[in-house]
Design a protein. Structure first.
Length: 301
């Protein structure tokens, strides 16, 4: 197995100020900035994480998160999300929820208002409606048109096409409290009922308040079989830097999976308790966003 195909920085960088927000892809930057504003306005680190992800969910031009996301094979948008709060290792999650624009907030409500961690499908929607979330059609005209074209062609959507751009966003507060969230419409034109890694605690996201936090994006099937984000955090616990923990997780997944690393299409971000951050991915440079007071930019793993 080639190590050179894992794209990661040579050194994990460290934020000089708190709070710090780290998230996936270019669209992570405005999300991080919304998180920072929320925090600086008096919100908790959990409020901040939720706020940043809500910004991405509300962006109709983003075809892989929230409103405007690509639908499943039957033309229905089914969303996955989870949230974690470091103190007490609290978690909430929704899988395959329909017609609700902000699954991250439903996940938070599951965490805070039920004795459970995860609700799925109709049960998740029923709970959201009871909590006062509005039911709305999340399939935009553009996505409907593209889905119809896809259905006509009966084309298989290949992994690695522009069909999987989840937001995972993790943050650390001034007092060291960690939180994180993850939200996605999942793989485009997925089988109805298919749930990926994103709402699965330990796969699409993991937050350990003693060590750090990690999140994933890419082909969920290649993350959730390995508890990918949990693995990243465990490597940080063993002393690896965030960037090296992400890269080592990818190496281990590739070794166990057996396929060439470039066929896996997975990426991880990580942030440790010291404010060091890093990322790694299997593609040709994975953009991720880092924001803290006085700094906000998109970096390449
Ligand atoms: C999934 N991991 O449903 C998600 C998709 C994704 O970047 O991350 N896209 O498999």
């Amino acid at each position: 197995m080639s190590r050179t195909l894992i794209h990661s920085q040579s050194h994990s960088q460290v934020a000089t100020e708190r709070p710090v927000f780290v998230s996936t892809w270019n669209f992570g930057k405005p999300a991080n900035e919304a998180s920072l504003r929320k925090y600086q306005g008096g919100g908790s680190i959990l409020d901040a994480v939720e706020e940043g992800i809500r910004l991405t969910e509300a962006d109709k031009s983003n075809a892989s998160v929230g409103d405007g996301g690509k639908p499943n094979a039957e033309g229905k948008v089914q969303l996955d999300a989870c949230i974690m709060h470091g103190p007490g290792t609290k978690a909430g999650s929704v899988g395959g929820i329909e017609d609700i624009a902000h699954p991250i907030s439903v996940a938070r409500a599951v965490m805070e208002k039920t004795p459970h961690v995860m609700l799925v499908g109709q049960g998740a929607k029923k709970f959201a409606l009871e909590q006062g979330f509005a039911s709305e059609n999340l399939l935009t005209a553009k996505q409907r048109k593209e889905w119809r074209a896809w259905r006509r062609e009966k084309r298989k959507m290949e992994a690695g096409e522009n069909n999987h751009d989840t937001i995972a966003l993790v943050g650390i507060a001034a007092d060291g409290t960690l939180a994180g969230g993850c939200s996605t419409s999942g793989l485009a034109y997925k089988m109805p009922g298919r749930v990926g890694d994103s709402p699965i605690i330990g796969s699409g996201l993991y937050v350990d308040n003693e060590i750090g936090a990690a999140g994933a994006t890419g082909v969920g099937e290649n993350v959730m079989r390995f508890c990918g984000s949990f693995m990243v955090v465990e490597y940080m616990r063993q002393g690896l830097s965030p960037e090296e923990a992400c890269a080592e997780t990818i190496r281990r997944i590739a070794r166990l999976d057996g396929r060439p690393i470039e066929d896996l299409h997975i990426n991880f971000i990580a942030l440790n308790k010291k404010g060091q951050f890093g990322a790694a991915g299997t593609g040709n440079g994975f953009p991720y966003a880092v924001t803290y007071p006085g700094f906000s930019d998109i970096l390449q793993s």
